[in-house]
Design a protein around this ligand. Structure first.
Ligand code: 26W
Length: 819
């Protein structure tokens, strides 16, 4: 065993020899990127040891394994997280210090892989962290996009999208390993012919194009264990040889087309969330990665057991929303066409293997594919989906005899579309929502008719977040305080945070907790200064809304409230308020006009207020944080005093940002939506600010169509005055009328849709009152500090470790690896 000094020396020697071998450099001559890359190599050696051992232990163990399929992952930067898992953060920091380098600067070199849009992708990464930490055998499977989610710049107050070539930035991604022996071919297009062989129907698939799938594996380090999980991302490549057959038939163009088709599949992540995109490339992406994954799973299983009959005992596959749903017909295809198994037996096995998690109730986000496109691109999969549909409709007929409308709406193929959610529900063993409320809405509303047929399938599992990234990594100052006051158990058992409860009445502790918050606010202020040249005052309340820009999340309501405060400060010299800096961070899908206008409004307002008289500026500030991503979230969230979770009730499936803020001691102002409901239950009514309609009230209002935003406007002077700013030229000095649309949607609706579909004006009055109460509470320093501590103390339930244990109990039934 080496002592501490020797281990540090080992790191230093490792860095030096890597610089020499890789780049022909010394510490003096190397640049920051080279030093970063050398550090990664040194850390990787240790990680590789653990990874190899994990694979051996897993093979020996022979238990059931989980494959978590997701078209998005948002892992965040790897270096700091991996050093924490290795327990080596300080050692690396000191080693680098001896070389005259600050570890922060080195960590800042690293790209943040933006291989997802928002909540769904980040959840997938939190789950992989927990699976590894809890020693469950699991692999995440997705796509290695060459371009992640666009980088956002704000130019003239508007969002501008810049390509995210994250792989180019560092000359490749140093944490990944290509696994060439696990390459698979994926087929697109072509023709089907049928033939009876000994009375059995055989389907032949010919004239297809081939794309090669090459996996790149990333290690996912468990915390407090040597277990290392795997995130496998598939990259698309053209077949090594040009298709000689079509080439020699003179089909030169076809042969070259194949190359084109292949190259483009894993190029870019679609930047749309909660909005379906009926593009053929997207369908190709989905089939590409699910086919490769299923081929790999089948090969591994057959290597051990020779056949697929016991597949359901050894494999479970979780489908993260409907995007990976083609895994279901793909598994059937292999069982039937390649393994010669019969249809019914194959279907029965399939139904035991898959679990489906739904992440949204917005109807515009439920995936449907045009039948013709589907058929042309995936003829064999199309035929299989038809087979599934026939069986399923026959089954429904028994349950709902003669009820054609109902059966029609539940069918997998209908109105020339393939409905992916229906496919998932029909073919999965379990269907789950991501919060209590969301699960109930799935049963009562979205999947009501399915629920009647197979009620046992439906369940809810409340989302969670990994405390390793969202506490240990993001908030070292708070962790130090926690370590000193309640020990370190909370790192692997977040419910241990409840040991803080008694300290919520200890004024010395409250002060130390508040000091940590202030330190994090300063850290964020410095970061913002350096990134965007904006100065903010850490003595003001930091009130934060950071999440994707979407109408249902109601950033617009937040902005109208700020306009209202501005108006009162400007026009009423007797109006006093606790000084607040409102902070926004949000990306909008590039073609989502309304969301882009909301971003513009935030930026315009920010400028407007910065030019106001000092009495106003001292009390009110607005800033927009550019390019929100995991790295920005890690700095922003620990600096928040107030967390805005204000979606229209019934629309946000769960939310996970809400949990991150709570864990870091922010107090929530929010509606009873998604996991906010459970946050309120955990933290208690006195430690959260709830306002607005409930999901049931929203439901009723919509059902009876008895809401008039015009009346809400007429009856409330604050609303009228705030709304006026959108059209009276105050916010668009050049008379560009940029915010006319926002005004119009709220009061009149756009081309035929109802006015104010997300009830912004309806909830505005209670939102505004709730903010006033919150400011009063903040002035009572002791009371506020106590609330803040209790939010952290009661966040234990929202660990993704708890979510994973719930999934395992209800669905997966995995055994832990013997570490
Ligand atoms: C087809 C385009 C598309 C892309 C992404 C449709 C839908 C999605 C996702 C399902 C949207 C999403 O990220 N949903 C979020 O999932 C989180 C994790 O469960 C929840 O916390 C959020 O409430 C939910 O909006």
């Amino acid at each position: 065993m080496l002592n501490k000094h020797e281990r540090k020396q080992q790191i230093i020697d490792g860095i030096k020899s890597n610089l020499r071998n890789q780049f022909g450099k010394t510490v003096k001559t190397a640049n920051k990127t080279q030093i970063y890359l050398a550090c990664v190599q040194v850390a990787r050696e240790e990680i590789m040891d653990r990874w190899v051992k994990t694979k051996e232990i897993e093979a020996e163990h022979g238990g059931k394994k989980l494959y978590y399929l997701s078209v998005e992952f948002l892992p965040g930067r790897a270096m700091s997280n991996n050093l924490i898992a290795l327990g080596k953060t300080d050692m690396y920091a000191e080693a680098l210090m001896e070389l005259g380098i600050s570890i922060n600067e080195i960590e800042d070199i690293e790209a943040d892989p933006g291989l997802g849009n928002g909540g769904l992708g980040r959840l997938a990464s939190c789950f992989l962290d927990s699976l590894a930490t809890l020693n469950y055998p699991a692999m995440g499977c997705g796509i290695r996009y060459e371009y992640g989610l666009f980088r956002q710049r704000i130019i003239n107050d508007a969002q501008v999208e810049i390509p995210d070539d994250w792989l180019d930035d560092m000359g490749g991604y140093p944490w990944e390993t290509p696994v060439y022996e696990d390459e698979f071919s994926v087929r697109f297009g072509g023709k089907l012919t049928e033939e009876y062989v000994d009375g059995v129907l055989k389907v032949h698939h010919t004239d297809y194009s081939v794309v090669e799938a090459i996996p790149f594996d990333l290690p996912v380090l468990g915390y407090g264990t040597d277990n290392v999980g795997t995130l496998r991302l598939w990259s698309a490549h053209s077949p090594k040889q040009i298709d000689m057959e079509s080439f020699s038939r003179g089909e030169y163009v076809r042969a070259v087309e194949d190359r084109e088709l292949a190259e483009v599949i894993s190029k870019v992540l679609y930047p749309a969330e909660n909005h379906k995109e009926g593009k053929s490339l997207r369908l190709k992406q989905h089939y590409f990665f699910t086919s490769a994954t299923i081929q790999y799973i089948v090969r591994e299983h057959k290597r051990c057991y020779g056949s697929l009959y016991n597949l359901a005992d050894k494999v479970c596959i979780q489908i993260n929303d409907t995007h990976p749903a083609l895994a279901i017909p793909e598994l059937l295809r292999i069982m039937i066409d390649e393994e010669g198994m019969d249809w019914e037996a194959s279907c029965n096995i399939c139904k035991k293997v898959f679990g489906y998690t739904n992440h949204t109730v917005l109807s515009e986000a439920l995936e449907k594919w045009p039948e013709q496109l589907f058929k042309e691109l995936l003829p064999r999969i199309y035929a299989i989906v038809h087979g599934i549909n026939e069986d399923y409709c026959a089954k429904l007929w028994k349950f709902y005899p003669g009820q054609w409308d109902k059966i029609g709406s539940m069918a997998i193929v209908g109105y020339n579309e393939i409905r992916m959610a229906n496919l998932c529900v029909a073919m999965s063993d379990h269907v789950n929502g991501v919060s209590q409320l969301h699960g109930e809405i799935l049963k009562r509303d979205v999947f009501k008719n399915f629920f009647m047929v197979e009620p046992w399938k439906f369940t809810s599992i409340t989302n969670g977040i990994t405390p390793r990234r969202w506490l240990l990594n993001a908030n070292p100052a708070l962790c130090k305080l926690l370590d000193d006051s309640i020990g370190e158990d909370y790192k692997q058992d977040l419910s241990a945070l409840n040991k803080l409860e008694p300290l919520a009445d200890d004024s010395a502790f409250l002060q130390r907790f508040a000091d940590v918050k202030l330190e994090n606010k300063r850290r964020f202020a410095d970061w913002l200064q350096q990134k965007q040249g904006i100065t903010i005052d850490p003595s003001m309340v930091f009130d934060v809304q950071s999440k994707r820009a979407h109408e249902y999340k109601r950033q617009l309501m937040n902005l109208l409230h700020i306009i209202s405060l501005y108006d009162r400060l400007m026009n009423d010299s007797s109006f006093e308020m606790t000084p607040v800096t409102f902070i926004f961070a949000a990306k909008a899908s590039a073609n989502y006009t309304m969301a882009k206008q909301i971003i513009k409004l935030a930026n315009v307002l920010s400028h407007k207020i910065s030019m106001a008289p000092s009495r106003v500026r001292e009390r009110l500030n607005v800033v927009f944080v550019e390019n929100y991503n995991v790295t920005a979230a890690e700095i922003l969230i620990p600096a928040a005093d107030v967390s805005e979770q204000i979606s229209t009730a019934g629309k946000e499936a769960s939310g996970t940002g809400n949990m991150k803020f709570m864990l870091n001691g922010a107090v929530t102002i929010g509606t009873l939506d998604g996991a906010n409901v459970e946050i309120k239950e955990q933290v208690g009514d006195d430690n959260i600010f709830i306002f607005g309609l409930t999901a049931q009230e929203v439901e009723r209002l919509n059902r009876y169509a008895n809401y008039s935003s015009g009346k809400a406007y007429e009856s409330n002077a604050l609303i009228r005055r705030a709304m006026d700013y959108l059209i009276n030229g105050e916010l668009d000095l050049n008379g560009t009328r940029v915010f006319n649309d926002l005004y119009h949607v709220l009061l009149f609706g756009e081309n035929g849709t109802r006015a104010d579909p997300y009830l912004v004006l309806k909830d505005f009055p209670t939102y505004s009152e709730c903010h006033a109460k919150l400011r009063t509470a903040y002035c009572d320093t002791k009371r506020w500090q106590r609330m803040s501590v209790l939010n952290t103390a009661r966040a234990g339930y929202f660990s993704s470790d708890r979510s994973i244990e719930d999934y395992n109990e209800k669905i997966w039934k995995l055994d832990k690896l013997p570490f």
